[in-house]
Design a protein around this ligand. Structure first.
Ligand SMILES: Cc1ncc(COP(=O)(O)O)c(C=O)c1O
Length: 371
């Protein structure tokens, strides 16, 4: 039970009785009312200033809080757009089925969007994925098919199986997140405009990593267009991805070196989502896993942010870009999802050792709470 004074403070009549005038109080932040339900709650995420890194560089470094989307990640935006694109094209109607090949957040976004719109959701994924991911999708109502992990050029690859599944059904669509440009359109129409409005047009650079490329390409495309090319677009790439080499060589090579602990990012080809905008890139930064892991712990310690590795790689990239541009610049990146799905690895001593990533400085060691 609230004490009488506290109870009074929660009601306007209580405030008046306490002698206060309503006009003395600042208008509180009122979040958007999502009249369209779950799908209306996607996007409009906050732009979060990363104070310590901003201080260090003399720049303003912001992370867009995509982990605050209702399905928990940046991929809610793409999930909504690919489904609504299929609806518009008449590929799917009431009671239909959405099929996708995905090992991660797109599946979760699609499962939520499908429940909200009354569609069935079928997900194909490599059987190397954790039981936790499979369980998560199943508890959101998705039908999950773990299939042998084979390369893309093998017809049994999970993406091809997803396509064939959809082809065999009536009223079904394979949403094909990698090459369906409705994905990048989500970021042209939402992420880009939000960043422009939130910074009042005062943004100098945008950087993030790519999986499908939808987030980077779509956001960069919008920011370039609205700023007459002034906003710089920088690709952030983990080890094992070919895009850093592609950009650095002006499209001449696609070298792949090493592998990364980051999930959901890194690419072996230029997807259709990336193709129209890859030449808009002003540069690229390659981020080793040591720096990503260090940032996972720094952001917890310095900012209270509990983020997955792709977000932390993005922040390292934003920090590098800020240092390259110099004081006074504003750099924006994406905080794609939180650390929940990766916590059993990212905060485990054994796992860090197994990846040769037990490299944290003494003051961050206390956050390694798992064996
Ligand atoms: C955690 C995470 N970060 C980043 C990305 C990359 O986003 P995009 O596919 O728009 O390139 C993904 C994609 O699945 C992801 O799951």
């Amino acid at each position: 039970m609230l004490k009488t004074a506290a109870r009074r403070a929660f009601s306007t009549s209580g405030l008046r009785a306490a002698g206060a005038r309503i006009s003395e109080f600042k208008t509180p932040f009122v979040p958007l009312v999502a009249d369209k339900g779950f799908v209306g709650a996607i996007g409009n995420t906050p732009l979060i200033k990363l104070n310590k890194l901003s201080e260090e560089t003399g720049c303003k470094i912001y992370g867009k809080g995509e982990f605050m989307n209702p399905g928990g990640s940046v991929k809610d935006r793409a999930a909504l757009y690919v489904v609504e694109d299929a609806e518009r094209k008449g590929q799917i109607g009431p009671g239909g089925t959405v099929v996708e090949g995905t090992a991660g957040n797109t599946g979760i976004g699609l499962a939520h969007v499908c429940r909200a719109k009354g569609y069935k959701c079928v997900i194909y994924m490599p059987d190397t994925q954790s039981q936790g991911k499979i369980n998560h999708l199943r508890l959101l109502g998705a039908e999950v098919h773990p299939v042998p992990a084979v390369p893309f050029d093998n017809p049994e690859n999970y993406n091809h199986q997803a396509r064939r599944h959809a082809e065999q059904l009536d009223n079904a669509v394979w949403t094909n997140q990698f090459d369906n440009v409705a994905n990048r359109q989500a970021h042209i129409e939402t992420t880009g405009p939000e960043i422009w409005a939130q910074t009042d047009g005062q943004v100098d650079a945008f950087t993030c990593a790519t999986g499908t490329g939808g987030s980077l390409a779509g956001t960069a495309c919008y920011l370039k267009e609205i700023s007459n090319g002034k906003v710089k677009a920088i690709l952030a790439d983990p080890p094992g991805s070919v895009l850093h080499s592609y950009i650095q060589s002006g499209g001449k090579s696609m070298d792949r070196a090493g592998s990364s602990i980051t999930e959901g990012i890194g690419q072996g080809r230029v997807t259709d989502n990336m193709k129209p905008d890859i030449n808009l890139m002003d540069g690229s930064v390659h981020i080793p896993d040591e720096q990503t892991i260090n940032m996972v712990y720094r952001l917890l310690d310095e900012e209270g942010l509990y983020l997955g590795a792709s977000s932390c790689l993005n922040v390292v990239a934003a920090y590098e870009v800020a240092k390259q541009l110099g004081p006074g610049n504003t750099v924006v990146t994406l905080l794609c999802d939180n650390a929940d799905r990766y916590a059993d690895r990212l905060f485990s001593r054994k796992w860090l050792q197994s990846k040769n990533l037990d490299i944290l400085p003494p003051h961050l060691q206390k956050y390694i709470v798992l064996e």
